[in-house]
Ligand binder design. Structure first.
Ligand code: ZN
Length: 467
């Protein structure tokens, strides 16, 4: 049983941090920051792999009161102001004096991955949100495709400008660009009087912009000249030891070679929000004289990010859209969601791919592998697994994917690289920043950072730490 620890009320000049996720787990980042009457959240993620032990696909929280059920097990913060008023009444009855009634000044989102924003649908639409313009596009995308009920059109959103300070209550927030496998990724330096809380969000050094990450950690070092620095770093890859990782440029080289060996169709599988990877495939298609074919949801996301990326904007013009059979199987409008319907006439279908397989590179998501029965790809069709689901052998769907690969006698290549920094890179960067206090989080093995910074905290979920 998780003990609910109430957040401390404002008024004191110390900074309080309470972690409601990303404690001994990867994902579910939700950190309450309290300073002098100001309450902020750093991310509001849904737990990916842990923290949801009390529920499953078959056992869900009560539909009418799911916030209470999550709260009971410490997976959500006990703050009345976070939730819609209808829920607050129930919460008041259930939790009484342990429920914090402080006002929520804002939720700061580092980026558009589900483990950083996924619990937002439970949050009252009046709570102010802060994020990058790119992250806002991602959240709108999830609304449009019906994957989340975020109601972004109803929420007050402040869009951060990079490196420009925003005042929220008694805190100053500096949003800093970083590098991760999604556009618009931010880290935050939150200045609270004499203490600066620094939250890395997710980052890596082997992406397209290592210089941004190095600059961020250099800023942390400088911050220490005038403030006590508390560094909250992600540690996704801690404990894995592995430092073998490809650069995006190497991925392009390998993908070009793989496509070069393909006598017929090439299938790709990247994660829909990773448009850097999409650009790799679009460049490979351009080089090898093929046409990249995307499903409507991929095209929708690519067009949203093309606003921020002129190369993507140029490359995406050469891509075609593919429509899988749905519902009736007759390509009828009611079978498709609104954003898919515009492609009913122009999209390529299985029969088109089957007629000229060597002309195309087709992005096919795992739930649509069934299309292969109709496409009937010849042996040595190349399948490039590159960050899309299933992510790895721990996922039962991986065995299913392999069955399709084997039965169609495809040539399978896993060409991918992590979105997160290696253990070595994290240690290097943390030692460079040399914070007053180090708080490893978003990790299965946070203890892997023990001993590098004198004051390193071993987190416990739901406990309030004071700095
Ligand atoms: Zn992420």
């Amino acid at each position: 049983m998780v003990v609910l620890v109430p957040g401390l009320r404002g008024g004191s000049m110390s900074v309080k941090l309470t972690f409601y996720g990303a404690v001994n787990e990867i994902g579910g980042s939700k950190t309450l920051l309290q300073y002098n009457g100001t309450n902020l959240f750093l991310d509001f993620g849904k737990d990916f792999f842990g923290g949801m032990e009390h529920f499953s696909d078959r056992l869900r929280p009560a539909a009418y009161l799911q916030i209470r059920d999550y709260l009971r097990f410490g997976n959500l913060p006990p703050m009345a102001g976070l939730y819609p008023p209808t829920q607050s009444q129930f919460l008041q009855q259930e939790f009484g004096a342990t429920l914090d009634t402080g006002k929520v000044g804002g939720i700061l989102l580092s980026h558009g991955h589900i483990d950083h924003f996924g619990f937002l649908p439970l949050v009252d639409v009046n709570v102010p949100l802060y994020m990058s313009a790119e992250t806002l596009e991602v959240l709108r995308f999830f609304d449009e495709t019906g994957q989340f009920d975020l109601r972004m059109d109803q929420r007050p959103v402040t869009v951060f400008e990079y490196d420009k300070v925003v005042h929220i209550g008694n805190c100053e927030v500096l949003p800093v660009r970083s590098d991760h496998d999604i556009l618009g990724n931010l880290g935050f330096i939150v200045r609270c009087g004499a203490t600066s809380i620094i939250y890395t969000g997710d980052y890596r050094l082997h992406g397209k912009h290592p210089e941004r990450v190095r600059t961020f950690f250099e800023l942390m070092r400088q911050e220490k000249q005038h403030a006590k620095t508390v560094l909250l770093t992600e540690g996704t890859r801690l404990g894995f030891g592995s430092i073998d990782q490809l650069m995006e440029s190497e991925i392009q080289e390998l993908a070009t070679r793989a496509v070069g060996t393909a006598p017929g169709l090439v299938l790709t599988n990247y994660y829909i929000l990773d448009t850097e990877r999409l650009k790799v495939f679009l460049r490979v298609a351009e080089k090898t004289g093929r046409t990249m074919v995307l499903q409507p949801q991929h095209m929708l996301m690519a067009r949203k990010f093309a606003r921020f990326d002129s190369e993507l904007e140029r490359l995406i013009k050469n891509a075609e859209v593919y429509l899988a059979r749905r519902g009736s199987g007759k390509y009828l409008a009611p079978d498709y969601r609104l954003f898919e319907q515009e492609y009913l006439v122009t999209a390529l279908r299985a029969v088109d791919i089957a007629a000229e397989p060597a002309k195309y590179m087709l992005q096919l998501d795992f739930p649509d592998l069934g299309e292969l029965v109709e496409i009937n790809p010849a042996p040595h069709t190349v399948f490039i697994q590159s960050g899309g689901e299933p992510l790895g052998q721990y996922d039962p769907n991986y065995t299913v994917l392999m069955k399709w690969v084997k039965d169609f006698r495809m040539d399978f290549y896993r060409i991918a690289t992590p979105g997160h920094a290696s253990e070595l890179d994290i240690r290097d960067l943390v030692m460079r920043a040399d914070p007053s206090v180090l708080v490893p989080m978003h990790s299965k093995a946070p203890e892997a950072l023990n001993g590098y910074i004198k004051d390193t905290i071993t987190l416990r979920k739901g406990v309030t730490y004071e700095f």
